[in-house]
Design a protein around this ligand. Structure first.
Ligand code: GLC
Length: 720
């Protein structure tokens, strides 16, 4: 008894000590705000530099340093311009793209990612990481889908939460973006999105809501586009109504850079920190112009005149101070690390588990370490760094191993030859695709084809890249096919060598018609600093692939529902775009309306095989538990993603506004199994996950009657 008392007292005093060490944030806010002048309050609400917003020097309140993410710490930018500061101490680890993280379907890797990248931001003394992004991949040409987490709101919502929690444990704020409906780059600064209430609630809001309510994200970035005819950065219904009142968000809303357009809009529309307004473009072009921001002098004078109540101002100030006390003035803020071995290890693990084995017909893969003596590697992406370019998520890496170098390391006893095969030009961010020299392209192709016949195996490394009009901010792709003559080259290589492995990069689906002539195909997203090592480990079989698609690869671009309404549904007419497909985004459309895809959402092969036993269901008060026996029936260890979908037995209605999807992802788990091993995976379906948003009653309602639960190729019907 005595020992128990001592222990509990020790624990109690420890908690008190902890509390003493970290004065209550809310108390600090009130004490600080009571001492601030009106001008000092207003200063907190807008930029003082390209990536910094002010504190209160007189009171010792630190400023905030913002920096892009979400895949690593962006190289230092000039204080007042977009130019790089050309520092020599800011080379970093590039982590895989968030689409790659989603493709791991592994919550633990999301935690690992958040911890590592949070340490990197802390070490670079950045307080707000501008990411993660969870916009839904509605349209497969969107230049920024590589920064997001796929087409399914449940997968995105589950996979973003651990990342946010781990980053913020270190005293660095995530900045969830781009809130919301930023699903295309064409006319991103002005497009007004029309979408049904049901699609809002079932598709476009859930991942953001999970990040706020389960992830506890500390800041949210307003998107450039409009909703209901109002800028998202000045949208009372969105920022005050949904985000702050409905969801209980207690942090600060940050504008996208230049996303604020008026003082009253920002004041009453829920904006807290105005960033990136182009002072050069305003009527008053002062040397730095930060006082001419909409939430600067103009706002201050309206408050002084009593036209805007100080209550409106103080709510913003509280949110910004809360962010400061959670980050730049958090006594427990981590020191962090930069380019540490464990960050590279995290990068490698996430990359390996995100790569999707799309096809492996003749079990050409794994190649093993010593079976081949002459390997030909073809493709520009085998040597090109894909961490540069792409827009604001661009990174300057200290180390970045290419696929070609890593393949040479992995096959030390083989002659590994290389042919570029094609070239893409170097028009990075926002510049039009340069005209390519056809004769140069032909020569590169001929060189690759002539070498292909001599090699025992050919590894083609291509796909998309970070050029403008590929996977790049501020532009959408103009074609579904791979560019630069790749499809023709791949098909020609297949005629020269039957042992052809195709490895593609890219954050979006593309035309894969050529894959019918290719025995093995790996898709890699963007893998960061350890790209080459991850690919080589899967090619040799050192690591067994376990990635699964977070997006649908359709057979044809026009099969995606967002193209069914002509320009009205993408990219919009006169700045107005209509999401007429309602909730039928991605696999929800393909499955329900019977449109075959090339590679479906959730697809991913392994070097081993898995078999599912008969699932059993346990219905409790507030959940349905489904037990699924899974056996590794192959010869090597591997990881399987057990996916649970909920739906209807058969959807007869063709009415987008009222039909229900055949199936929707509602639970999943990733399980590691040795050869021959069986484990029972339990997937829990909380009853609230069975609700649907009614377009008639305008609220969430519990499904009635029979619900079909799909697991793998099996399904079970449950009466509710
Ligand atoms: C951009 C992007 C946003 C980025 C910001 C700062 O225009 O839309 O994602 O964080 O500016 O670079």
């Amino acid at each position: 008894m005595r020992r128990l008392f001592i222990l509990s007292f020790f624990l109690f005093s420890l908690c008190c000590e902890e509390a003493m060490a970290q004065p209550d944030v809310e108390q600090r806010i009130e004490e600080t705000i009571a001492q601030m002048t009106l001008h000092e309050k207003v200063q907190l609400l807008h930029a003082q530099g390209k990536f910094s917003s002010a504190g209160v020097q007189r009171l010792g309140i630190r400023e905030l340093h913002h920096s892009d993410g979400p895949h690593g710490v962006r190289a230092e930018v000039d204080w007042n311009t977009w130019g790089t500061a050309n520092w020599t101490n800011d080379s970093i680890v590039a982590f895989p793209s968030l689409t790659c993280l989603a493709a791991t379907w592994n919550r633990d890797l999301s935690s690992l990612y958040g911890h590592a990248i949070g340490e990197a931001f802390a070490f670079r003394d950045k307080h707000i990481m501008l990411g993660p992004g969870v916009n839904i991949a509605r349209m497969p040409l969107c230049g920024r889908n590589f920064e997001y987490m796929g087409e399914d709101p449940y997968l995105a919502g589950v996979m973003v939460v651990p990342y946010i929690r781990e980053v913020q444990k270190l005293g660095v704020a995530c900045c969830l973006k781009h809130f919301f409906l930023n699903n295309q780059e064409i006319n991103r600064f002005g497009v007004n999105v029309h979408v049904s209430e049901r699609a809002l609630n079932e598709i476009y809001l859930p991942a953001f809501r999970s990040a706020v309510q389960q992830g506890g994200v500390w800041t949210v970035m307003g998107a450039y586009n409009k909703w209901l005819g109002t800028w998202c950065c000045e949208n009372d219904s969105l920022l005050n109504g949904i985000l702050k009142r409905q969801w209980g968000f207690d942090g600060a809303v940050v504008s996208d850079w230049g996303g604020v357009h008026s003082t009253l809009g920002a004041a009453f529309g829920g904006m807290d920190i105005e960033m990136g307004t182009n002072t050069d473009g305003k009527t008053i072009d002062r040397s730095h112009g930060f006082n001419s921001y909409y939430l600067a002098d103009a706002f201050e004078s309206l408050v002084r005149k009593g036209e805007i109540s100080e209550k409106v101002l103080d709510d913003k100030v509280r949110r910004v101070l809360r962010t400061i006390f959670r980050t730049s003035m958090n006594p427990n803020r981590a020191i962090g690390k930069q380019c540490s071995p464990d960050h590279y290890e995290a990068c490698l693990r996430i990359a390996e588990e995100g790569i999707v084995l799309m096809k492996n017909d003749k079990h050409l893969l794994p190649l093993g370490g010593n079976r081949y003596r002459h390997i030909l590697v073809v493709g520009e992406n085998a040597t090109r760094s894909l961490t540069e370019g792409g827009g604001s998520s661009e990174l300057k890496t200290k180390y970045d191993i290419s696929p070609l170098d890593a393949i040479r390391d992995a096959f030390p006893n083989a002659k590994v030859d290389y042919a570029q095969g094609y070239y893409s030009g170097r028009p990075l961010y926002g510049k039009a695709q340069e005209r390519l020299d056809e004769s140069r392209q032909d020569a590169l192709r001929e060189e690759a084809l002539s070498k292909a016949t001599e090699a025992e195996v050919v590894i083609f490394v291509g796909g998309l890249n970070k050029n403008g009009f590929q996977d790049c901010e501020d532009s959408d792709r103009k074609e579904f096919a791979l560019s630069f003559g790749q499809p023709e080259l791949i098909k020609a290589l297949a005629t020269r060598n039957k042992n052809l492995v195709v490895v593609t990069f890219g954050g979006n689906p593309f035309d894969t018609l050529w894959s019918s002539s290719v025995p093995s195909f790996l898709h890699c997203w963007y893998l960061g600093s350890m790209s080459g090592r991850a690919i080589a480990n899967l090619l040799t079989g050192e690591t067994n692939p376990s990635g699964h698609l977070p997006i649908t690869f359709a057979r044809r671009l026009e099969d995606y529902p967002c193209f069914k309404g002509g320009e009205r549904t993408y990219p919009g007419v006169d700045g107005e775009v209509y999401y007429d497909e309602d909730i039928f985004v991605g696999y929800r459309y393909f499955d329900t309306f019977g449109v075959a895809s090339a590679f479906p959402f959730g697809h991913g092969l392994s070097y081993t095989t898995f078999a599912y036993g008969k699932p059993s269901v346990r219905v409790t008060e507030d959940a349905i538990d489904v037990d699924v026996p899974v056996t590794n029936t192959g010869k090597c260890g591997g990881k399987e993603v057990v996916q649970l979908y909920v739906g209807v037995a058969k959807e007869k209605s063709r009415d987008f506004a009222h039909a229900r999807p055949l199936r929707e992802l509602k639970a999943f788990d990733k399980v590691a199994l040795k050869a021959g091993e069986t484990k029972t995976v339990t997937l829990t379906l909380p009853k609230h996950a069975l609700q649907v948003f009614s377009p008639d009653s305008h609220r969430w309602e519990m499904r009635q009657g029979k619900v079909r639960i799909y697991i793998g190729t099996q399904h079970i019907d449950v009466m509710l």
